[in-house]
Design a binder for this molecule. Sequence first.
Ligand SMILES: [Zn+2]
Length: 134
Amino acid sequence: MPKERITLPSHLTDWIDRRLPDVGGISNVKLFRCYKIPFEWLARSNEKPSAVTICNRIYFQASLGSFDDPPPEMLAVLFHELTHVIQFKRHPVLHLPLYAWYLLRKGYWDSPMEIEAREAEAKLVDEYLRDYKG
Ligand SMILES: [Zn+2]
């Protein structure tokens, strides 16, 4: 799996550390861009994920683009995945089995963990854009 580390712009990492202390410091989260993200094959072909979070590692689809000056769609993916990092920190041991269980029982869209991540992503993009774009 060819992958490269992503470095976020410092104003973005500062904002994340201020706004999302539960992440435990964005410097402790490893971000990668890759041409094939882990577990991609689990998804149906019409809903290929643009990123996957495993513990404190986030794998972004390379096709998503660069994080140098990220558009709202990329911020949404980033904040969504950071919510999964926070969920992982809540239940480090149970996170993956719990995630898989919800996925099987309720499906991707109705999984409580995905609902939480979607709600957080929308809220955080709004807040971030308000803070930085006026
Ligand atoms: Zn998700």
